[in-house]
Design a protein around this ligand. Structure first.
Ligand code: C2E
Ligand code: CA
Ligand code: CA
Length: 577
């Protein structure tokens, strides 16, 4: 385990050095260059010092030994530069070199009585003083910088590594492609400690629990290599390494969980805590740093939300789906509360391009004002029981708008609204409809309710009762997405509908496949035999339009003649006739 701790420390150290560029080491080549220059200049110094040769410089004749001083100063500069740039190695090399050089100079003076080398002795002594001075100064600086660095990666309250250290470690592990687990930890109801006992007590509790966790991580008792850090507030993160199986990860997390569940003594009080742990494994669950962190968070939030008494949850793709559902649910609720649910109207035409009416399609705007398409929120709304609210809002708003339009322009148009099965099955569905219809001012004969085929099959009897009642109110009924469910002729025959809506998926094929064309033709004939009119949805091309005319379709709704429009454009369309 010592090896483990060592490695842990090294990782952080490396990380910090990289970040602060404190040990921005000079290139190794420089060290060798300085050494070579030093040896060359020293050799030249001793050669010139004892030479009687004279040379001519700028017309003057000078003895060559006067250059010895210059060369020896150069050698000393090399020594000092080594000490400055190459830390301990530089200092040791410098001292060794001086220690070799100095006796040689002294012996030269003593044996050959050559006192011209005397300044060299002073030079070396000064160099020793300079090197030692540099050495001690460097040590002081390093210590100071180490303290600074430690502060940057340490959480001041608990003494654990902080968020920064944690993400750096994860980043490093991902870069090394090492398998590890990230576990997000969050205390349950920690806020109540702060609220009832004050921040001081909250802090003491965090310190106590951190100490326990630190000793688990340091002892190596868990059997894995653990790195516990405090992110902020009551959020912690545990990075687990060196495990063979997921069982070992779970075993480690249980140890940390058990430590939370012991009574915590702080400021003379006993605190009983619990925490939620969610984990994800790299690279099994996620292949980059951001995902592995966010997935462990998602797993942690999931176990918190479940509120089942369990504390530990492993990330799975199903949880991610649930989380997305949950996020969308929050967005939906906020949109409903802030009145950001609205509608668009898509025109429907007969085959001569005469306006039949409009289908109201739900939209929501997010907080930034961007439109979210129904494909994203309708399935969630259905799942979490918000669809009847959406249906009602769309009904209320679109009926008021179209009712007003009909009055002002003396129009004969139908407003089609979508009703989901959940809405249809509600006890007070009919009362709601009556009330809303009255308030909207839309004559009931101008309202059409679209119900999808599959919905009616699932809940035939009850639905049938309501549908009959709607018919009695004068409301028209359309069977939506026809062809996508398991239609049976007998049931189809029993529905008091006016209109069959053929789904876009069948229309897509009519111009390219004879089979698709025959199929749509058969649906249209069948619909007519049963007394329904037929509308084709999702018509986009002229070819499709031609074929639909040929096989006797009554109406079309599609981008070819009109996309879903905002109210201003509907107004424009109507006013221009
Ligand atoms: P839907 O009821 O089948 O509505 C028709 C969908 O087809 C609309 O998509 C419409 O924009 C699209 N569409 C129409 N013509 C074309 C075309 O030519 N090309 C293409 N590519 N698409 C076309 P939208 O508005 O995205 O609605 C999707 C579904 O969401 C609707 O399918 C409906 O099932 C549901 N929905 C929309 N609004 C509501 C609502 O207020 N209540 C309920 N319960 N469901 C709704
Ligand atoms: Ca529809
Ligand atoms: Ca449809």
């Amino acid at each position: 385990m010592d090896r483990a701790k060592d490695q842990k420390r090294r990782t952080i150290e490396e990380t910090l050095n990289r970040l602060y560029l404190i040990k921005k080491s000079a290139p190794k080549a420089g060290y060798w260059a300085l050494l070579i220059i030093y040896l060359a200049t020293s050799a030249a110094t001793s050669a010139t010092a004892s030479s009687a040769t004279e040379v001519t410089v700028a017309g003057y004749t000078v003895p060559i030994y006067i250059f010895a001083g210059v060369l020896s100063s150069l050698a000393n500069i090399c020594i000092i530069l080594m000490a400055v740039f190459y830390d301990t190695l530089g200092v040791i090399t410098s001292l060794v070199l001086i220690a070799i050089q100095l006796p040689m100079i002294i012996s030269g003076i003593v044996v050959r009585h050559n006192i011209t080398s005397l300044p060299g002795v002073f030079g070396d002594v000064l160099a020793i003083i300079a090197v030692l001075f540099i050495y001690f100064n460097n040590r002081k600086m390093s210590e100071y910088q180490r303290v600074l660095r430690d502060q940057a990666v340490t959480d001041m309250l608990t003494g654990l590594p902080n968020w920064f250290a944690c993400t750096e470690l994860i980043d490093e592990l991902v870069r090394r492609e090492e398998r590890f687990a990230v576990c997000s930890i969050d205390f349950n109801g920690f806020k109540s400690i702060n609220d009832s006992m004050g921040f001081e007590a909250g802090n003491r509790v965090l310190i106590e629990i951190s100490n326990k966790w630190k000793s688990i991580a340091d002892s190596g008792d868990s059997g894995t290599m653990d790195f516990i850090s405090r992110l902020n507030g009551d959020e912690f993160s545990l990075v687990i390494r060196e495990f063979e199986s997921e069982e070992e990860v779970l075993h480690t997390i249980r140890k940390y969980d058990a430590a939370v569940n012991e009574t915590i003594d702080a400021m003379g009080y006993d605190f009983y805590l619990s925490a939620s742990f969610g984990y994800a494994i790299y690279p099994d669950d996620a292949q980059d740093m951001d995902s592995v962190i966010s997935y462990s968070d998602i797993a942690m939030h999931e176990i918190k939300r479940a509120n089942s008494g369990e504390h530990i949850e492993k990330f799975t793709p199903e949880i991610l789906k649930k989380e997305h559902t949950f996020e969308m649910e929050m967005k939906l609720r906020a949109a409903i509360d802030d009145d950001r649910v609205f509608f668009m109207l898509q025109p429907q035409y007969d085959m001569t391009h005469k306006l039949r009416g409009f289908e109201a399609l739900a939209r929501i705007r997010n907080e930034a004002g961007e439109i979210i398409p129904p494909g994203l929120f309708i399935p969630v709304a259905e799942k979490v029981g918000l669809i009847d609210k959406i249906d009602s809002i769309v009904f209320r708003k679109s009926a008021a708008f179209v009712g007003d339009l009909i009055k002002r322009y003396d129009l004969d148009v139908t407003l089609s609204i979508n009703i989901s099965v959940r809405h249809l099955m509600k006890k007070d569905f009919l009362d709601d409809m009556r009330k809303q219809l009255e308030e909207s001012g839309l004559p009931s004969g101008h309202l059409e309710v679209e119900i999808t085929e599959s919905v009616m099959i699932e809940s035939l009897e009850k639905a049938m009762g309501y549908i009959h009642e709607l018919r009695n109110m004068g409301v028209q009924i359309a069977i939506d997405d026809f062809g996508t469910g398991y239609s049976s002729l007998s049931y189809l025959n029993s529905i008091p509908a006016n209109l069959l809506k053929i789904d876009k998926t069948f229309i897509d094929g009519v111009s390219s496949s004879d089979k698709a064309k025959q199929y749509v033709a058969a649906i249209i004939s069948l619909g007519h035999i049963m007394g329904y009119e037929v509308i084709s949805e999702g018509v986009e091309e002229d070819d499709q339009l031609e074929i639909l005319r040929e096989i006797g379709c009554d109406y079309i709704q599609g981008f070819i003649w009109g996309k879903p429009l905002p109210t201003e454009e509907v107004e424009k369309l109507v006013s221009e006739g």
